[in-house]
Design a protein around this ligand. Sequence first.
Ligand code: PHE
Length: 364
Amino acid sequence: AAALGLSGCKKSDENVIVIGEVAALTGNTATFGQSSHNGTQMAVDEINAAGGLLGKQIQLVTEDDQSKQGEAGTVAKKLISRSKIKALLGEVASGRSLEMAPIAQAAGVPMISPASTNPKVTEAGDYVFRVCFIDPFQGTVMSKFALGKGWKKVAILTDTKQDYSVGLTEFFNKHFSANGGTITGEQSYSSGDKDFKAQLTAIKAGNPDAIFASGYYNEVALIAVQARELGITVPLLGGDGWDSSSLVEVGGKAMEGCYYSNHFSNEDQSPAIQEFVKKYESKHGAKPDAMAALGYDSAKILFDAIKRANSVEGPALRDAIAATKGYAGITGNISLDANRNATKPAVILTIKDGKVVYTETIAP
Ligand code: PHE
């Protein structure tokens, strides 16, 4: 994948601070990388317009991992060895962040994932952070939501190729089964599959009140369409991996009345959020999704830490990121805990008349 911006071969320039970004700009989950990159770039442009940091401009070097497992690690290594980055931002998908994290840790380059929610990501070591909540919380949120609706029988559909989906299923299942719910069937598929009829036929036979689909938007949209074709009318439930404009574009009517948890709602009327939404929309012609907001927040958290550390050297920068407390982000108040994770509320969104609408906020 080609680097955007200045090439990694250029002699290191003393007047810039080079930050690396790994994003899925193309491939199966391209909206993840495009959105997070837009948010990240916006934060970089803002800080540079305001004079940069430590008297230098920020130079963002972005690598596209093409939504590919394997490629994320390769480009992370390239950013570290060739571009001499001082910090690494990304990825969105947990499986790809899990690949990058040990590489950043071994190199002593602080890494901040904007959006990877699998708990294992930050377990790679003390150089690895995230600015989002984690899946034990997200799974619990959706389990409580289902139980609260009186949906006691739920079938589960998992993408076994994605660490995120496997983890979210596990955490949902654990809470749901321990709190009076029954799992009426567990089915699986692999990222990139297009035909889910066999799994859905088996799920239908169990007569569930809802289906928990823990994967990413592209397959979930097809799952919803095929479920309706098979006469399954119950709602689908899911997590942040559903967040993409493609969900409704592809899923259409089949997505009506379905629910998912997320990090952010662009309908939130607080002034700071609406200011961000307006700025983003005027630049990109679409409202920001959660990854755009998280990308923005991840870069801002990094800049705040660079300022406090008054340095971009690994250990000093790591310590400053770890000390992040009460940072007012677009996706909520961000404090990093001892495990380098953020504790934040989740929102539950639903699809109504072809639009994604906010329903409620769940405190951590
Ligand atoms: N949480 C997902 C993962 O870990 C990624 C994601 C975050 C997707 C936010 C959409 C929105 O894989």
